[in-house]
Design a protein around this ligand. Structure first.
Ligand SMILES: [Zn+2]
Length: 300
């Protein structure tokens, strides 16, 4: 799955190349990627034709285009979904699923080999807190989002995130700190990689009880989550210059710069102790046994 920084790279590409354009024609080449649009492919196409794209917005790993019709075009990238901006006449990609013609002659193409992802059009709804939904600088000023995102908390890079409220809510939970980081109703878009890297930076074991953490420790941890994401974004944001927007879930930068995640047996960059891997929530957790010791009181 693509992580938040990779989705943000796509959002920025759409912001540069698609916002301000009007959709002139829609071709659904395979029904499966629009299966979440329950009214069917014809309705999907009818809602998009003639609509102008007013903004490209992201919250966590959710990505959508805000349309002047009051609808949102949501993109689920899934395992292999890509949003490409192509010149007309460019040969169809092998796994091209949906093609939108834009009024500047370019095409927005949804390409997806495995088709776990897809597109959906739905009316925008007000944000619960009345603040703009946009997660990144340059987002729209409208307090609107797709209904499927209404229950999703703001993410660590969201300028409208109420940090102190999040600190209090996290400390009020009776759970382990990593479980809290992965809880999308508390803070969204924090995947396994970012949780493990941030916990390593903050020297916290993943099972540290949230109700035992001080406010400064939680603030520091959330700052570490944001910093890891910003660093990944800075390294991964190289594709805006071309008329081509792409995400494939791969993050070569991160393979080279990770301190803990995926580093089982490798020396901790801080103390040299071998990083360990443990089963956690059907996945793995990586930590330094010396910098992040098992707490006396643990919530697994
Ligand atoms: Zn260490």
């Amino acid at each position: 799955m693509p992580e938040l920084p990779e989705v943000e790279v796509v959002r920025r590409g759409l912001d540069a190349h698609v916002v301000g354009r009007t959709i002139t024609d829609v071709a659904v080449l395979h029904p499966r990627p629009v299966r979440r649009h329950l009214a069917g492919p014809l309705d999907f196409a009818g809602r998009l034709a003639g609509a102008r794209v007013d903004a490209a917005v992201r919250r966590g790993k959710y990505l959508w285009l805000q349309l002047d019709t009051g609808d949102a075009l949501s993109a689920h990238l899934g395992m292999s979904g890509q949003m490409l901006v192509q010149r007309p006449g460019a040969p169809d990609e092998r796994h091209l699923r949906v093609r939108l013609d834009l009024d500047d002659g370019a095409q927005l193409r949804f390409v997806d080999q495995r088709m776990f992802g897809g597109l959906l059009v739905a009316p925008l709804v007000p944000t619960p807190d009345g603040l703009p939904a946009g997660a990144a600088a340059g987002g729209p000023s409208d307090p609107l989002l797709p209904p499927e995102v209404a229950h999703v908390a703001r993410d660590p890079l969201d300028p409208h995130l109420d940090l102190e409220r999040l600190v209090e809510r996290l400390r009020a939970r009776r759970t382990g700190v990593k479980r809290a980081l992965l809880d999308q109703t508390l803070v969204s878009g924090v995947g396994n990689i970012y949780a493990d890297e941030a916990l390593w930076r903050s020297r916290l074991h993943f099972a540290r009880p949230t109700d035992g953490l001080t406010r400064p420790v939680v603030r520091r941890l959330l700052a570490d989550v944001a910093a890891v994401m910003e660093e990944a974004l800075a390294q991964g944001g190289t594709s805006f210059d071309r008329l081509y927007v792409n995400v494939n879930g791969a993050s070569g930068y991160f393979d080279r710069s990770l301190a803990a995640y995926g580093q089982e047996g490798e020396p901790c960059p801080r103390c040299g102790a071998p990083v360990t891997r443990e089963a956690f929530m059907n996945r793995s957790s990586y930590r330094c046994p010396r910098c992040q010791p098992v707490p006396r009181r643990a919530r697994w």
